[in-house]
Design a protein around this ligand. Structure first.
Ligand code: 8YV
Length: 316
């Protein structure tokens, strides 16, 4: 039997994938190495691939410890924690797990939009704590159907969110780095103008320094006291302090947030707000999608090791 390819796994990816990696490769498990990076520095030669995730990342110092590194296979669609520039500078290819999670993340965006507008989580507590019986009718909420939906970032996930908008009879417009041809949604070159127009603004762009605080105090003010912001992307895209202030002062109507700026820390003000629906960063977290993401990491790695290249390389 030929030697198994040597790989470095930065963090655990769930029992099923971890076991499959162990069965097929000679795996150095970084998170289980008490010596950490020193162990990699000692045993790094011969390691041709890193398996990681957007949560565990792969920075320039780790890349430097691996003289024979040729590929990084990451779990998750985001890659702001991976030093792509350092990897590409050395000709190291990097893959992520696009496409397979678009539907689940888009579903959750709509779940949060409806939760913030129709107060479904609040209503659930209302019923379960007996207030339906003791107080009676639940306060009126905000209509969702046939409203104006603005999307920041019309990539694959943004498009899946936009498509669902048709089912809610919504007028959909978007803001992107650049306009995309052949789509039935109007491009709005100014994010502030998109926010002024929209009833709901869904944040679906990538994270990292390029998009930090794109949703600024000015954009938040443009949403206005009836506007609702939904974020299924990265907490860093929104100026969170400005958003919390606007919510406290009633200058923003509500928010549905799967992600926060310093997860899992939650600004205490949000905890008490019925107009804010929160989820613990679970956009892709369904059994089916997480399995598909794990499979895509394994398939990328297998394809690379077999000399056929990565299946879903990041071209940034
Ligand atoms: C994960 C994600 O839920 O793919 C991404 O970029 O953010 C999600 O799929 C997240 O990485 C879990 O920590």
């Amino acid at each position: 039997m030929p030697d198994r390819a040597a790989i470095l796994q930065v963090g655990p990816l769930g029992e099923e994938i971890d076991q499959e990696l162990q069965a097929q490769y000679d795996v150095l498990r970084l998170w289980a190495e008490p010596a950490g990076l020193d162990a990699v520095a000692k045993r790094g030669a011969g390691i041709g691939a890193v398996v990681t995730s957007v949560r565990h990342g792969c920075n320039a110092s780790l890349i430097e410890c691996l003289p024979d590194l040729r590929a990084i296979c990451s779990w998750g669609v985001g890659y702001e924690t991976i030093d792509i520039a350092a990897a590409h500078a050395r000709g190291i290819v990097v893959s992520n797990t696009p496409d397979v999670l678009d539907d689940c993340v888009a579903d959750l965006a709509w779940g949060l939009l409806i939760a913030a507008a129709r107060r479904t989580a609040v209503g659930d507590r209302y019923v379960k704590t007996g207030q339906w019986r003791s107080i009676g009718a639940f306060p009126l909420s905000t209509r969702v159907s046939s409203k104006r939906l603005g999307i920041l970032g019309l990539g694959r996930i943004g498009e899946a969110i936009a498509r669902r908008g048709a089912g809610f009879d919504m007028d959909v417009r978007y803001h992107n780095r650049r306009e995309r041809a052949g789509l039935p949604y109007r491009y709005e070159p100014s994010l502030t103008e998109l926010a002024r127009w929209a009833d709901f603004l869904v944040v679906a762009c990538e994270g990292g320094p390029a998009t930090r605080h794109l949703v600024s105090a000015e954009v938040i003010d443009a949403m206005g006291p009836k506007g609702i912001i939904v974020n299924i992307a990265r907490g860093t895209v929104i100026d969170q302090a400005a958003m919390v202030r606007a919510l406290v002062e009633g200058r923003l109507g509500g928010a549905g947030l799967d992600v926060l700026e310093s997860e899992p820390a939650v600004p205490p003000e949000l905890m008490a707000m019925d107009q804010v629906a929160l989820m613990p960063h679970v956009g892709s977290a369904t059994v089916e999608t997480r399995r598909a993401m794990g499979r895509l990491v394994l398939d990328n790695l297998a394809s690379f090791v077999a000399g056929r290249g990565l299946l879903t390389p990041i071209r940034a």
